[in-house]
Design a protein around this ligand. Sequence first.
Ligand SMILES: Cc1cc2nc3c(=O)[nH]c(=O)nc-3n(C[C@H](O)[C@H](O)[C@H](O)COP(=O)(O)OP(=O)(O)OC[C@H]3O[C@@H](n4cnc5c(N)ncnc54)[C@H](O)[C@@H]3O)c2cc1C
Length: 453
Amino acid sequence: MKIAVIGAGWAGLSAAIYLQRSGHQPVVFEAARTLGGRARSVQSPPLNATIDNGQHILLGAYTETWALMRELQIPLESRLQRLRLSLQAADGSFRLKAALLPAPLHLLGGILVARGLSVTERVRLITLMQNLRDRGWVVPASATVGDWLRAGRQSDSVVRRFWRPLCLATLNTPIEQACAQLLANVLRDSLGGARGACDIMLPRVRLSELWPTRAAEKLDLRYGQAVRHLNRLSTHVEVEGERFDAALIATNAPSALRLLKHDAPSSAGDAYLTQLAALRYNPIVTVTLELERAWKPPAPMLMLYDYPEKCQFGQWLFDGSVAENPSKKIPGPGPTRTNPRIEGQRSMLTVVISDARSLEQHAQADIVAGILEQMREQIQGFPALPPVRGHATIIEKRATFAATPDLARPENATPWPRVWIAGDYTDTGYPAVLEGAVRSGKRAAELIAAYFS
Ligand SMILES: Cc1cc2nc3c(=O)[nH]c(=O)nc-3n(C[C@H](O)[C@H](O)[C@H](O)COP(=O)(O)OP(=O)(O)OC[C@H]3O[C@@H](n4cnc5c(N)ncnc54)[C@H](O)[C@@H]3O)c2cc1C
C-alpha cells in the first residue's frame, strides 16, 4: 500500500521505517528543509556552526528508540555517551548517583550516600519511592507532582534540589501543574527497571545524525513540502492531489488539527478534534555558548539553581562539544552548507531552561548575561570559566505539551477510515519525549499494517 506520512520528526520517521519493513510504500512529506522535527540540527549564524535546536537527554529505558537504531544498524556506543544516573548540582551542594549495585539496590544505595540530604530526607525519599513501587507505580488520580510530594512529606529543600529539576526535565511542566502519573510512568521504566534503564544517554553527534539521516537514506522523503490538503475519500486519500491508500499525520497537534478539521462533522470526529485543540504548550529555551578556550565542566551534565529575580534562569548545564565531520552536510536538500571550523575543537556548553514562559519579557542579551553570572557563581572549585566567544539562543515556543493531570490524549486511530496520527502528544503513557514519539510512530505503523492485512 502507498502510505503518505506527513511529518519527518521522530514519530513520522519511525512509522515510515516500520511501514516499509512490513512491505508498504511510505512517502514522507516534510514541511521543513531538514528532518528531525523538534529534535533537529540547525545552522546557527551567530556561532557559524551546526548546533541542536535543544539539548536532548535520552534514557536507558528508551527501549523502542534503541530497537529502531538497531533496526537501522546504528551502533549506539558510537552515537551516544552512556552515563550512570547522576544528578549533581554545579555548586556541589547536592549529588545523587545510582550505586553500582543490582536494581533496585542501585537507587537505595544512591540515596543512602547522596550528598546534601539529611537523615530524615533520605528516609522519606526512600519511603516515597518504595510506596510508589509497592503500589505498582500508580499515584492517586488527578494528582499533581506537587500534591504527591506533599503527601510523601518531601521537604522544601529536597523538592528544590531534586524533584523540581527532575520534573521540569522530564515533563517541562512545573510541579504544581505537572501530572504525577506521567512522572511515575517515567520513574517506573527508568528507576524501577534494570540498573541500565536509568542510565543517561547523551548524544555524541548532532541530533539529526543520531538516526534520522540513516532513516532518510532508506525513504522516499519530500522535503520542503508542507501538506495543506488532505482529502479523504471512501477508497483512498489524496494528499496535495496525489493518490494514496492511507495517510499518517505525524505532524505536531496544531497541524494535525488543521488537516483534519475540514472533514465532515460527526460526534466522534468532533470529540477527537476537541482533544487536539485542548493541548497547551510550554516553551524550552536553549543557550549555546562557545568559549574562547577548551574548558570541560566537572561533569557532562550539571544542575544549576535558578534565581529568576536575578535574571539567572539556567536549570541544566551540559558539555555541548560534539565531534563532527566539518565537511558533513546538514541533512536535507539544497546547497551544501559545511561547518567552517571543526566543532570537535570548539568548546561549547549548552544551558537549558524548561518551562521558559517567564523568559518572554526578558531581552536575550540579559538572559545570557544572567546565565554567565549564574555559572560563575555556582561552578565551584573548578578552573574559572574562560571568556565567551559567541552564543546562540533558541526558543522553542511549543517545545512540549503541558503535561497536566486528566489530559485526554488522542489515540493513533482516528474516527476517519484510512487516516491515523502519530506524535509525542498521542496517548503513549509518556510525557512529550523522544521515546513517546518513536513508540507512537511504531504503534501507528502496526495499526495501518493490521488494517491492510
Ligand atoms: C528544546 C527541546 C528539548 C527537548 N528535550 C528532550 C529531552 O531531553 N528528552 C526527550 O526525550 N525529549 C525531549 N524533547 C521532546 C522531543 O523533542 C519531542 O518529544 C519529539 O521530537 C517529538 O517528535 P514528533 O515526531 O512527535 O513531533 P515533531 O518533532 O514536532 O515532528 C513533526 C514534524 O512534522 C512537520 N510538519 C508539521 N506540519 C506539517 C505539514 N503540514 N506538512 C508536512 N510536515 C509538517 C514538522 O516540520 C516536523 O518535522 C525536547 C523538545 C524540545 C523542543
